[in-house]
Design a protein around this ligand. Sequence first.
Ligand code: ADP
Ligand code: ZN
Length: 666
Amino acid sequence: MPRYASVLLPQAIDHELTYGIPDALAGTVRPGVRVEVPVRGSRVIALVTALSDRAPEGMSIKPVTRVLDEAPYYDEAAMRFLHWVGEYYLAPRGAVLRTAWPEAARHIYKRERAAPAVLPEPAPGSLEVPRTLNPAQDAALRAIATAVATRRFESFLLHGITGSGKTEVYLRAAGLVLEAGRSTIVLVPEISLAIQIVAWFRARFGIKVVVLHSRLTGADRGKALDEARRGPRIVVGARSAVFAPVTALGLIVVDEEHEPAYKQEETAPLYHARDCALERAKLASCPVVLGSATPSLEVAAQAKAGRMTLLELPERVDGTPLPRVELVSMKGVASTQALSAPLARALEETVARGEQALLFLNRRGFAPVLLCTSCGHVPRCARCSTNLVLHAAEGRLLCHWCNTAVAVPRQCPTCAGGALRAVGLGTERVESAVRDLIPEARLVRMDQDTTRRREAHGELLELFASSDILIGTQMIAKGLDFPRLTLVGVILADASLDMPDFRAAERTFQLLTQVAGRAGRRAVQGRVIIQTYSPDHPVIRAAADHDYWEMYGAESALRKALHYPPYGRIIRFRLAAGTLSLAGEAAKRLTECLCRHLPPKAVLLGPAPCTPAVVAKRHRQHLVLRGQNMAALREAAHAALAEFARWPVSSKVRLHVDPDPLNVMS
Ligand code: ADP
Ligand code: ZN
């Protein structure tokens, strides 16, 4: 009998600790089970990774105090998956466990009798089961069913516009998996926006559905995870559900795979749940289905290259035609004018007909810049290298990076002379322009400022059901389904197009397609008006044509020429420090370390200041390592980071290591 166990703690450390196995627990401590161990006077839940007969020398070994699981919490494939996440994302292995285990799993809670983990959500709309699939759905389901039946890894891109019946394919595929006695993990970008999907799964599979709700806290979340292990289940959750400890994984579905919410930012591992889903499915030898109306270029390129099976659902199930899209050039229009003449007229007509309109602008506040007309002074944040955004309703200037707020000055603080002018557009200004245009219209504005209270989101949507015009940021771009909504106005497509980010055009296409999809969803054709300074931009044109592959063609040619993903791989390093000189010195050190290990043909870009360079008094610098082969880049990064860590001052610098970054700017 092995007498020692290596255990991993859910903490940001890379190595395992060794504990003794007392006779009473012999045979129950196995790889994959959770145990309770003493750590510096307290008790911590940890994961057993291996057993051995010999203790490491020269250390006093404490015993495991409790075994939590009879059957392993993670099976062998899941254990290998956890290991992979740490390696791939260059993160301490314990940090992976910390991400995988919610607060509750890391502490001890009283076990109670199994209760259905979460109550069903109220189900809006019809939950009827369509009796027959259309031919495209049928072909898609058959392809997935074959992979399910033969239990092999295969990745599918299910490409279909909103309303083309993707969810129905997920439901049927998950049903087949359940019949085969296996589990499905369904990932959604944000569980609070997935009420509809959850309702459908519940209506069909009842208590077999476990929802990992972000609102579940403490013990409830732990219980939901226990429920996921109780037998074949369908687990629905946001990105961390990719770590769910399910029994006999048979399928993973990633809905809206292109959504940035799948990427964890800030806390290591900076993993992408879609890429993790691909790896977990590979290790578990099961299929994975990635669904989207606007696939990420990374995924689409794999499908084009034949490394992923492309399944297309080209039409809406109910035959509703796609909305008519008109581009309106804003060239020559004042930067403070929210509504062009065509959009103003369309709004008036829509409201007069008793229909609804939606106005989208991905920028909150009244105006992004306040400017002194006599000296040119622009109020800036005292803690960040950014300007302050005018929030007129609250009478203050707000930093969107650190939330510092100051009262709107009456006169220019620098010259005390000229008038201050609000330059540019935000959702508040759009609201006031619409109020001036149609004073009797009932308006609802939804952005971070109006939805601070958790309930506000639902309340405002309810209010909109009996209102005329909804104005908002990207939080209104998806999911909404209002039958009387026939007009969508995009106030300024350039707001996202002009970002200094190589994915800006792709992201703009996704947003435009999503928001356009809100118009005319019940048999009537909707109308979309896109205001832009770049009406000839190929990606704006592609959005107007509803042509994903047109966008793909234009964008992938650019990416190829620049060796950007998906035609090159990158790892981004971001350093933040309390002073500019320390940040600069750290960046120089890291550059030297990386240069010593630079793989052939790889290039190192930077160091350069991030945008913004200073956030909350932290000075930030970044470096980008780019090459063709991710394994070679990771190896170089690994070696360089080990060297960098030996620099005595490195502990004063916060370092982010981001393989396959989404954010390449801030
Ligand atoms: P998507 O996920 O692509 O947006 P859904 O799967 O939600 O599309 O389908 C849109 C609507 O069409 C839903 O109300 C769904 O119940 C219905 N639906 C899906 N497939 C069929 C079908 N084959 N026959 C009739 N209705 C269907
Ligand atoms: Zn700030």
